[in-house]
Ligand binder design. Structure first.
Ligand code: SAH
Ligand code: MG
Length: 197
């Protein structure tokens, strides 16, 4: 269905996100991720952090047999995502859950779990959902560089400093996790891909 209409609609979502300051994936980041999904024949995806549905739609458009469950706690963003997904006729393949991810219990197994929610909580998301990952499959995390701040010595507010420290803790957690092989990519806002052994 990739028509002029589809391209325009995606551009509208990008524009809306920019206007409303909604941190959707950066262009090269989402290109990298959708490429990865295609090359590795990923079919079942769990996304933590839908925002307005941009990355979920992009991932679903990779192939017609991809199925996604995506969780968003913010009601307004969730509603916006419902609208956008309908516009693409993807409501059969993208199931949205309007809840805090920590309150969601899922039994399904996935080929890819995409963590793109509260940046300070990545370890908790990872450990909560890793049981839902199929063997040899992938947990992908966005914003590993956090706007370049992760490696910066710049003066920051206390809150920001704490957030950066938590992202660094997550990076250490991934590096030291022997159940996965993690590769860090300096693409978009920094992406990690952890493959379950
Ligand atoms: N993946 C989206 C962007 C997500 S932005 C895209 O690229 O298009 C991050 C989103 O995670 C925000 O909308 C925020 O409300 C949501 N979020 C943060 N913590 C969450 C939690 N604990 N449970 C569910 N959603 C959460
Ligand atoms: Mg992100």
């Amino acid at each position: 269905m990739f028509t002029i209409f589809g391209v325009c609609m995606l551009e509208n979502i990008e524009k809306y996100a920019k206007e409303k300051n909604i941190p959707i994936m950066q262009k090269e980041g989402i290109e990298f991720l959708t490429d990865f999904i295609k090359k590795n024949n990923i079919k079942k995806i769990l996304e933590i952090g839908t925002a307005i549905g941009y990355s979920a739609i992009k991932m679903a458009l990779v192939a017609e047999d991809i199925e996604i469950i995506s969780i968003e706690r913010d009601y307004n963003r969730y509603q916006e995502a419902v609208k956008n997904i309908k516009l693409f006729n993807l409501e059969n393949r993208i199931k949205l859950i309007n809840q805090d991810a920590f309150d969601v219990e899922i039994n399904d197994k996935f080929d890819l779990i995409f963590i793109d929610a509260a940046k300070a909580q990545s370890i908790k998301f990872f450990t909560k959902f890793e049981n839902n990952l199929n063997n040899n499959k992938y947990i992908v995390t966005d914003n590993i560089n956090f706007h370049g701040l992760v490696n910066s010595t710049e003066k920051m507010s206390r809150n920001l400093r704490q957030l950066v420290r938590k992202i660094n803790n997550y990076i250490e957690f991934l590096k030291n996790n022997d159940n996965y092989i993690t590769v860090f990519y300096d693409i978009g806002d920094g992406i990690s891909i952890s493959q379950k052994r």
